[in-house]
Design a protein around this ligand. Structure first.
Ligand code: PBG
Length: 327
């Protein structure tokens, strides 16, 4: 080899040297832990397609969240399964709805933990779509008012952030206006801005019982083939008042995360969705890959691509490992 040449391996030889020059840090305080709340008491029902995840009744959810907070996880993202579904998804904005109950209970027991709520209708509607259905199509503008109601009801229950995931046009603006009018000008919006019509939501739809009863979500969620359109979606949400924008899913869309960070430089979240979790879990169980290493590699890659915040079902497992590594 030529004299004086750069030898990249010099910095790879010793573990501490590798740590010293590492470009991306994965830390527990970047993680958000998504959870599913159900009605009832003493319920901790495992979700078959998401090993290690459960549906929790509020009393059990509080224990789980307290545990997570104790591990240093700064935030949870709450989803709810209603008692009953109807065409408009009315439990979504009910004062004693499942998410509203869960938020109050969590804020009561762990007030410092950040509680974000998913603002959508699909778990609550009998047809399973994220908006009002009329004449076989999902209607945009009539949905906005309902979403705004959901967001305000979450803020009233004590949510620290509201996270609209429906992908209706104009919903961030409608929610911002409604929050401001209801005296919640300081409640931030974490917008699912570039949310793709993805097959990787499959396990979530089992968990949340939210599969559409007819058709699919391609008339409102994004076409996986589009990248430039994601930048327009993000620009639009920022214009309407989004405080944090999100790309979802994460691993198959690292290029979108990277572009979004470069083009906008705003706080950026990435949602590593149920299917990403299930793939690693399944292959790990089959002995086809090392689950822990695959998990940390995937989460680090999402951070490296540009996500400030990683929403992941691995939050607790990652927190445990990161703590062990830190010692
Ligand atoms: C609701 C919603 C979905 C997810 C988050 N919010 C499902 C969907 O859009 O069908 C998916 C999360 C995951 O897969 O982990 N609109």
């Amino acid at each position: 080899m030529a004299h004086g040449m750069f030898r990249p391996r010099r910095l790879r030889e010793k573990p501490l040297l590798r740590t010293l020059v590492r470009e991306t840090a994965l830390a527990v305080d970047d993680l958000v832990y998504p959870l599913f709340a159900v009605h009832g008491r003493g319920v901790r029902e495992p979700i078959p397609s998401m090993p290690g995840q459960c549906r929790f009744s509020v009393d059990e959810l509080v224990k789980e969240v307290k545990d997570a907070a104790g591990m240093g996880i700064p935030a949870v993202l709450l989803f709810g399964l209603p008692e009953a579904k109807d065409p408009r998804g009315s439990e979504a904005w009910a004062e004693d709805g499942i998410v509203q109950q869960a938020v109050r209970a969590v804020k009561d027991v762990v007030p410092d933990l950040l509680v974000a709520t998913d603002v959508c209708l699909c778990q609550y509607t009998s047809h399973g779509h994220c908006g009002v259905v009329d004449g076989g199509t999902v209607r945009n503008d009539p949905t906005l008012e309902l979403l705004a109601r959901v967001a305000v009801s979450h803020a009233e229950a004590g949510a620290d952030l509201v996270a609209p995931s429906d992908m209706m046009d104009g919903r961030v603006g409608a929610i911002r206006e409604a929050l401001d009018e209801a005296s919640f000008p300081d409640t931030p919006i974490l917008a699912y801005s570039a949310k793709y019509a993805s097959s990787f939501y499959g396990p979530f739809r089992d968990a949340a019982d939210s599969a559409p009863q007819f058709g699919d979500r391609r008339s409102y969620q994004m076409d996986p083939a589009n990248g430039t359109e994601a930048m327009r979606e993000i620009a639009l949400d920022l214009d309407e008042g989004a405080d944090i924008v999100m790309v979802k899913p994460a691993l198959p869309y690292l290029d979108i995360i990277s572009r979004a960070k470069a083009e906008f430089g705003v706080p950026l979240a990435a949602y590593s969705v149920s299917g990403e979790y299930a793939m690693i879990k399944a292959a790990g169980r089959l002995g086809w890959l090392d689950e822990e290493r695959a998990m940390l590699e995937a989460l680090t890659a999402i951070r490296r691509a540009g996500a400030d915040i990683v929403i992941t079902y691995f939050a607790r497992e990652a927190a445990r490992l990161l703590e062990r590594h830190a010692r």
